[in-house]
Design a protein around this ligand. Structure first.
Ligand code: PEP
Length: 248
């Protein structure tokens, strides 16, 4: 059996300021060492600060999105090469807020994941069903479709990505999937990854959706949950650190 090292990633969304971020990261750094991998995905404009603050530590940093294009006349976009230049280990792609508010299709998410990997930036590919889809019994179909487009696009590199299962109805709502509900979806995603890449047992699948210090340990104890993608609770050093500790 493969042992997967747990990974906890903070998604700051569109929060923060240079002063607040410095305080938050100082708190996180002071809590090391950690028994799992830790990263923060900051707004683009704070990546250089994060790089400077975290470079000498084992805490990694990343972006929340990346352009599918390599370069050119794409006003407002940020390329994978730019993320690479700033030392990003990760970038989120296909977060449900981008799928919903920026009309990102499965194909665009896949192209972004490919652009990131092409520059050595690991895409954290977010998948998840809406409440309506869950209630219609379509959860498996939806997440498998979202993931299969990315697997197809990445082809022989698919095993390099990280996957995050984030039920849309659990993001920022205070409503968490039960550990059993989350595990059920993680298991089917892992089976899909294993069938496609032969390396699914070694790939990390994170859970995201209102993870807090008081529910993290039970979620992370599930067989196929390899850590978390943490939104709101990643903005408070004490909460984020407690969640990181729950992972290992
Ligand atoms: C997220 O932004 O990916 C997320 C899971 O948010 P929250 O933890 O606030 O639900």
């Amino acid at each position: 059996m493969t042992t997967r090292r747990k990974l906890v990633v903070g998604n700051w969304k569109m929060h923060g300021s240079r002063v607040a971020n410095a305080e938050l990261l100082a708190g996180v750094l002071a809590a090391r060492p950690f028994a799992c991998d830790v990263a923060v995905c900051t707004p683009f404009v704070y990546l250089a600060d994060a790089a400077a603050t975290l470079a000498a530590s084992d805490v990694r940093w990343g972006a929340q999105d990346v352009s599918a294009h390599a370069q050119g006349a794409y006003t407002g976009e940020v390329s994978a090469a730019m993320l690479q230049e700033l030392g990003c280990r990760y970038t989120l792609v296909g977060h449900s807020e981008r799928r919903a508010y920026h009309a990102e299709s499965d194909a665009l998410v896949a192209a972004k994941a490919q652009a990131a990997l092409g520059r050595g930036v690991t895409p954290i590919v977010c998948v998840g069903e809406t409440l309506a889809e869950r209630e219609a019994g379509q959860t498996a179909e939806v997440v498998k479709r979202q993931l299969s487009v990315v697997i197809h696009q990445l082809a022989h590199c698919a095993a390099e990505m990280v996957v995050a299962y984030e039920p849309v109805w659990a993001i920022g709502t205070g409503r968490t999937a039960t550990p059993a509900q989350a595990q059920e979806v993680h298991a089917l995603l892992r089976a899909q990854l294993q069938a496609a890449t032969g390396r699914g047992d070694a790939m990390r699948i994170l859970y995201g959706g209102s993870v807090k210090p008081d529910n993290a340990a039970e979620l992370f104890a599930q067989a196929d949950i390899d850590g978390g993608l943490i939104g709101g609770a990643s903005l408070k050093a004490a909460d984020f650190i407690a969640i990181v500790r729950a992972a290992g």
